[in-house]
Design a protein around this ligand. Structure first.
Ligand code: HEC
Ligand code: HEC
Length: 263
């Protein structure tokens, strides 16, 4: 197998910091920053800044996320960031760093921002770098996947059915192009003004109309006016979309590696 071109280096997690990923060599190349400057900046950042901003600059309760900071995103060649580092800021000391050191930190921050912007690209190209044991623990623990799935049941053999990228798409976004599921359609329960209830697969739903096809294959369509009739939409894979914001990059890689091992 070809080595994945994009690799996220894993940093040991440090108490008080929440982020665990640092820009990969490919992301650094993409950011067009000098890799040696980025490496020096990374070490300096961990030493001087990580305790407050987190080791990967994603923020802690002591100082803000710099990867999402507009000041950092808008920065070009350190014009905005360097003065903050040089002079300190309201609740942030200045560090007596030299100008080359400041430039290195700026280079590293640009690489981090670039990597964050291209997160999905790297995640997909990087699908099999996770740890299946940790993925299993997450599946049965923090991830709560076992509430609806089981490795010996519905997901048995899933690792043999799909290549890693397709597999990752199927669990990250079951309704997107990569995953598209038809087994678990979105349904709606419609309560008509006279109390009668109609339930079926949702075919159309907007402010003016709701249409479903019921279990017998019959089509029902109603005009809507000020929220009447009442419509309760049920999407069995909605949980996947909700969870998308909660996974860390490592959770994603670990779970995919675990699913890929279910052969
Ligand atoms: C003692 C904790 C602490 C340390 C150490 C620290 N910072 Fe900060 N930093 C802050 C706080 C708090 C803020 C929020 C603004 C303020 O109160 O100054 C901040 C703000 C910033 C900002 C501005 C972000 C924005 O969106 O306006 C930048 C850039 C920044 N820090 C970079 C760094 C760098 C680079 C280092 C290391 C050389 C560093 N900080 C070290 C606490 C810290
Ligand atoms: C509340 C229930 C629920 C939870 C929790 C849940 N899922 Fe799902 N998942 C579903 C449903 C429903 C589907 C769609 C099944 C279908 O239509 O084939 C699905 C689809 C999938 C698929 C695609 C299966 C296939 O054959 O393509 C995978 C893989 C998957 N989930 C993994 C996970 C993982 C990993 C987690 C935990 C991070 C998780 N799910 C959490 C309900 C859930």
């Amino acid at each position: 197998m070809a080595l994945p071109f994009y690799i996220y280096a894993q940093l040991p997690s440090t108490p008080g910091t929440k982020a665990t990923v640092e820009a990969s060599p490919a992301a650094i190349a993409g950011s067009k920053e000098n890799p040696e400057a980025v490496a020096r900046g990374s070490a300096l950042f961990k030493d001087k800044c990580g305790s407050c901003h987190g080791m990967t600059a994603k923020g802690t309760n002591k100082a803000p996320d710099l990867v999402r900071s507009l000041l950092v995103l808008d920065d070009e060649k350190g014009l905005l960031i360097a003065p903050v580092i040089r002079n300190g800021h309201k609740n942030m000391p200045s560090f007596g760093l030299t100008e080359p050191q400041i430039a290195d930190i700026v280079a590293w921050m640009h690489a981090q921002t670039y990597a964050a912007d291209h997160r999905n690209t790297y995640l997909f190209l990087d699908a099999l770098t996770g740890d299946p044991k940790k993925g299993e623990a997450y599946f049965n623990g923090a991830g709560g996947c076992n509430k609806c799935h089981s490795a010996a049941g519905d997901l048995k053999g899933i690792g043999a059915k799909f290549d890693a990228h397709t597999l990752q798409g199927r669990w990250l976004q079951p309704r997107s192009g990569r995953g598209a599921t038809s087994k678990s359609p979105v349904t709606a329960l419609i309560t008509l003004p006279d109390g009668k209830k109609v339930e079926g697969v949702l075919e159309r739903y907007d402010d003016f109309t709701v249409s479903v096809r019921d279990a017998a294959g019959e089509y029902h369509s109603y005009n809507r006016n000020n929220g009447v009739p009442k419509v309760e939409v049920k999407d069995p894979v909605r949980i996947h979309t909700d969870m998308l914001r909660k996974y860390t990059d490592s959770d994603i890689h670990n779970v995919t590696a675990y699913l890929a091992s279910l052969k």
